[in-house]
Ligand binder design. Structure first.
Ligand code: PRP
Length: 189
């Protein structure tokens, strides 16, 4: 077997510093779920998760919400985060169920430059929902390229590369139960 490989380095998640523990995440997700339940008391809501990163946050958030809710998923092309990126976002999986007249919350794992959510917000509004809000597990405000804010945020963080709780490096580590800092030198940032 050749020793040459282009595969990204894999280091055990246990070697990465914990930024937010499983308990801290659970507590914040419950708080956001309680806030949403209060804000939408007596209503029905549709949670729209953005694949793939938001899948785990959405699963926990949906189970923390007491008001009537359904969920759906969209997927967008990863536009690449390199310096030469056009920043163009494309939809690669649309909604399965109409959202016209519904109260919609778009659910993200991380709000970074804002390009993805800015694109999705415009797209969702074209479907004429009764209302549209954004929930994100993490917010990196200093990375923002376009003006957009989330209505519900679990944690605001500095510009560090994170993994776990749905967030990946080269598709790995999404299953890690807490949120950890991935070494910048390995992330190639
Ligand atoms: C991440 C994240 C958001 C987007 C946020 O997705 O899930 O969708 O980046 O970044 P932005 O604010 O700069 O647009 P990614 O492209 O890594 O795909 P993934 O969800 O499959 O991990």
């Amino acid at each position: 077997m050749s020793s040459a490989s282009t595969a990204p380095v894999f280091i055990p998640a246990s070697q990465c510093e914990v930024l937010f523990s499983e308990d801290e995440i659970r507590e914040r997700v419950r708080a956001i779920g309680a806030q949403i339940s209060k804000d939408y008391a007596g209503e029905s809501i549709v949670l729209v998760g953005v694949l793939k990163g938001a899948a785990i946050f959405l699963a926990d958030l949906a189970r923390s919400i007491e008001v009537d809710n359904t969920f759906d998923f969209v997927a967008v092309s990863s536009y690449g985060k390199g310096k030469t990126s056009s920043g163009a976002v494309k939809l690669i999986k649309d909604l399965d169920v109409p959202i016209e007249g519904k109260h919609v919350i778009v659910v993200e794992d991380i709000l970074d430059t804002g390009l993805t959510l800015s694109y999705l917000r415009k797209l969702m509004l074209q479907h004429k929902p009764a209302s549209l809000k954004i929930a994100t597990c993490l917010d990196k405000p200093e990375r923002r390229l376009v003006p957009i804010e989330a209505d519900y945020v679990c944690f605001s963080i500095p510009n560090r590369f994170v993994i776990g709780y749905g967030m990946d490096f080269a598709e790995k580590y999404r299953n890690v139960v807490d949120i950890r800092l991935f070494p910048e030198e390995l992330a190639g940032k």
